[in-house]
Design a protein around this ligand. Structure first.
Ligand code: TNX
Length: 528
């Protein structure tokens, strides 16, 4: 070989080795995804997102396009890339992230399959929600820099392997009480983003209580004009116009979250009673209330105008609600005699049904008759849940001593109450909906919900302290089969979310029970 040939060979070798970089070895089984995926197999290598990566959609479909844009936005802002989506029926090629809507029979509702190789990623699901959850998994598999909005160095590596995943329960929810303290639409949207990240799909909004009425009802305008004008502690309160409320519903829907609106009746109604004298048995409007007592107010159950009122309210609310459920409250009606409460709840259920919606109510409603589709939300008495089951109802699991996000972690932590329990991060995680009470079995349960009451919190920062880090645990109970839920395994994954929580600016409680651990930076492994 002459000298020239040698030079050419050397140059081509250099060019070759610079352009075809070996994939970085990575172990997918070291992931810290929450909720824990149902099954996962590691392949020891990795896929790298680069400026040349293409997001491929297998169909020309507007929701799929929305998902593609959601994924490119997620990637583009911290990488500085300008990735775009492309519709093609091609099979995966090098550098593709392929989003595939598929009718394959081994896929289930909301489930997804991820196949990650050094060449490409294929994310397959039967429905759009499944693809969205697969994207949330990819997000958690990426370095937490993916949460930032300014350009970061990268590299953007995802460990290779396969994941098959689907939820245990169809209803995976949280509740926010916007009545005791009002939360701005932007704050509610932030909560929606948090729920979406952990594959939760219901947000129950507690829209009315003694201290405030928060949703505009056009046929009864004083509910918000007067009844929405304050909150616990005497602050200015607030309310959602129907337009802003519809925007929240849409924002949630795009993230596969259904809003479940609650108007709490016949108790917890002082804001309405203060706004309209005729709703009171004595025809006198009450004073607005800014304290935190419960159980002192009731609609006048034997006046016809009361039923006209709830019919108007539920008609307007049903028109704003794409979801199947409306929540009628029904809790702590201590000043409504049971003989009045029962026929009232019976009639309220029929009114909701007449507007095309199914009913959810707090567990006390099980004293009444149950319409065939009514759901009893167990918060206080398992006995009421069992009573509902005997009458044909299903149960939503929210036992206050385990699932209430407004319970303090311990006696020293800021915010929250402790009437049901102190709920440390382990206690909130270590329980199972099917074994926590006798006589409530898997078939009776539609899912779980973690309610956040807002007597002690006035804005989303304060709310975050109660929500994090317990919310991911409730999401895992609702998603992951019980055989895969184990505190020691979970607490390590939770601890590894610390850097992500920090980058997201989340005000979380740094529980001593969690082994908080700053994230390993993959780029150091890259240096050779
Ligand atoms: C009980 S839970 C209530 C709420 C309070 C909550 C505080 C339920 C159905 N009723 O009115 O805000 O306790 O933890």
């Amino acid at each position: 070989m002459n000298f020239k040939a040698l030079i050419i060979l050397a140059i081509s070798f250099l060019v070759f080795s610079c352009t075809t970089k070996e994939p970085v070895p990575m172990d997918l089984s070291e992931n810290h995804v929450i909720p824990r995926p149902v099954s996962l197999e590691a392949a020891g290598s990795s896929f790298e997102i680069t400026a040349k990566t293409k997001i491929i959609l297998n169909k020309n479909d507007s929701t799929l396009q929305w998902l593609g844009n959601y994924l490119t936005d997620m990637i583009n802002s911290p990488t500085g890339y300008k990735l775009k989506t492309m519709v093609t029926e091609d099979t995966p090629k090098k550098g593709y992230i392929h989003l595939v809507l598929s009718e394959s029979t081994d896929l289930v509702a909301e489930g997804y399959q991820l196949d990650i190789t050094p060449e490409s990623i294929t994310l397959k699901a039967k429905d759009h929600a499944g693809l969205f959850y697969g994207i949330q998994t990819l997000r958690q598999l990426l370095n937490s820099d993916i949460e930032l909005n300014e350009q970061q160095a990268g590299p953007w590596l995802i460990a290779s392997g396969t994941i098959e995943d689907y939820p245990e329960y169809g209803y995976r929810g949280a509740m926010l009480d916007v009545a005791r303290h009002f939360f701005e639409p932007e704050e509610v949207k932030l909560l929606i983003d948090y729920l979406a990240m952990f594959k939760m799909n219901r947000l129950h909004l507690h829209l009315s209580d003694d201290q405030g009425w928060r949703i505009e009802i056009k046929s009864w305008p004083r509910l918000t004009e007067h009844g929405g004008s304050t909150e616990v502690g005497g602050g200015p309160g607030g309310f959602y116009t129907q337009e802003t409320y519809a925007e929240i519903v849409k924002y949630a829907e795009e993230r596969f979250i259904t809003i479940v609106p609650e108007i709490d009746i016949p108790g917890h109604t002082n804001a309405a009673l203060a706004s309209y004298a005729e709703l009171n048995c004595n025809n006198k409007a009450t004073e607005l209330y800014t304290g935190t007592d419960v159980g002192f107010s009731t609609l006048c159950t034997d006046k016809e105008v009361t039923y006209k009122f709830i019919d108007d309210v539920f008609r307007e609310l049903a028109a704003l609600t794409p979801g199947e459920y409306i929540h009628i409250g029904g809790d702590e009606s201590h000043v409504t005699p049971l003989e009045d409460y029962i026929p009232f709840i019976n009639r309220a259920q029929k009114i909701v049904e007449s507007h095309g919606k199914k009913v959810i109510g707090w567990d006390e409603i099980a004293h009444a008759d149950m319409l065939p589709n009514t759901v009893v939300q167990w918060w206080a008495k398992a006995e009421n849940a069992r009573r509902g089951i005997e009458k044909g109802a299903k149960v939503l699991i929210s036992p206050a001593h385990k699932a209430y996000l407004d319970m303090q972690y311990d006696s020293t932590t800021q915010f929250g109450l402790h009437w049901a329990a102190y709920i440390e991060v382990d206690s909130g995680y270590i329980w199972d909906p099917t074994t926590i009470a006798s006589g409530i079995d898997r078939d009776d349960i539609i899912g779980i919900e973690a309610p956040l009451w807002s007597e002690t919190i006035a804005d989303i920062d304060e709310a975050e302290y109660l929500i994090f880090p317990r919310l991911p645990g409730y999401a895992e109970i609702a998603w992951t089969p019980s055989e895969l839920r184990e505190w020691d395994n979970y607490k390590n994954r939770l601890g590894k979310q610390q850097t992500r929580f920090n980058k997201m600016g989340i005000n979380y409680y740094e529980s001593e029970l969690v082994p908080w651990q700053p994230e390993k930076v993959e780029s150091t492994e890259l240096k050779n």
